[in-house]
Write a protein that binds this ligand. Structure first.
Ligand SMILES: [Zn+2]
Length: 293
């Protein structure tokens, strides 16, 4: 089974080399795992986040990164003194190969349940082959996840004393989801946010603004920005750490900079605002396109 999935992936990867969305080297570059805050740990690579949240009763993993990174993620979990077998639930930001590629393999290795938004679950079970995705046709496929349970918008996921809330934030993909929870250290509890990607990128020819099959696509995208800006937000993490200079903040924190650069109650607002500027620029280009055709 594993071998089949592997061959399948190589075949798809060969096709995908022709696509505009080639893999960045940092996406599979190993990174030493570290504690973000309290029971929240970073177990991803240099350029792709995977977040482990631990409890004595079991752990939760958000995102798996690329399919080829599965052994790296497992090794990072082990290096922190935890066990892949203790991961009870795997969650996802959005069902693109750079965040969901390894989930099938990590679910098999851990026995964890995979849970996602309604549209996210469909895309994960289709191995990223989602006709509703703005990047449909160019997004890389990956091994499908056999079974995914749906978490409703505003729904919670619990393992031991961990409780995460799902916030549907469609835009980058229809199933895009942001996750919030609290982590505590030394009696201080902070609001943790794993906000999904907000980039309005697509396959050639796709328009966010005049997609007849999704009249509300732009409206939904704008509402997602408002949702993220309003989240209780002390520490922001995102699927692509370089989108918020996350590793630089971690380095500064580890050098003892005070106050802790990772703690920034305005980080979610700033992330949403920056994405809003890019979204409006993209929509302006689409209007121009439209006017000239
Ligand atoms: Zn993506």
């Amino acid at each position: 089974m594993k071998r089949f999935a592997c061959h399948l992936f190589i075949g798809v990867a060969a096709i995908a080399a022709l696509s505009a969305h080639a893999e960045e080297p940092s996406w599979h570059q190993p990174h030493k795992p570290f504690q973000v805050y309290g029971n929240t740990y970073y177990v991803g690579t240099e350029g792709l986040s995977a977040i482990l949240i631990t409890s004595p009763q079991g752990d939760i993993l958000i995102d798996g990164t690329l399919q080829r990174n599965a052994p790296l993620i497992e090794a990072n979990i082990r290096a922190l003194g935890f066990r892949i077998e203790d991961v009870r639930v795997i969650l996802n930001s959005h069902a693109h190969s750079d965040h969901a590629g390894a989930i099938a393999e990590l679910a098999a290795a851990s026995g964890a349940h995979v849970r996602a938004s309604a549209a996210g679950a469909r895309a994960l079970m289709a191995g990223g082959n989602d006709p509703e995705d703005p990047q449909f046709g160019e997004a890389l496929r990956y091994p499908p996840v056999a079974h995914v349970d749906v978490v409703p918008d505003g729904g919670t996921v619990r393992v031991g004393n961990i409780e995460l809330t799902a916030h549907y934030t469609p835009g980058h993909t229809p199933g895009s989801t942001s996750w919030t929870w609290r982590s505590c250290a030394g009696g201080r509890c902070l609001d943790m946010v794993y906000a999904d990607s907000l980039s309005a990128i697509s396959s050639d020819g796709f328009h966010f603004s005049d997609d007849a099959t999704h009249a509300h696509r732009v409206e939904d995208f704008r509402r997602s920005l408002t949702t993220i800006a309003a989240l209780p937000c002390d520490i922001l993490m995102v699927p692509h750490p370089d989108a918020i200079g996350f590793m630089e903040k971690v380095t500064a924190r580890d050098r003892g900079r005070q106050p802790n650069p990772l703690i920034d109650p305005h980080a979610c607002q700033a992330y949403a605002a920056a994405a809003g500027v890019k979204l409006e620029a993209r929509l302006a280009r689409e209007r121009q396109d439209h006017a000239t055709h």
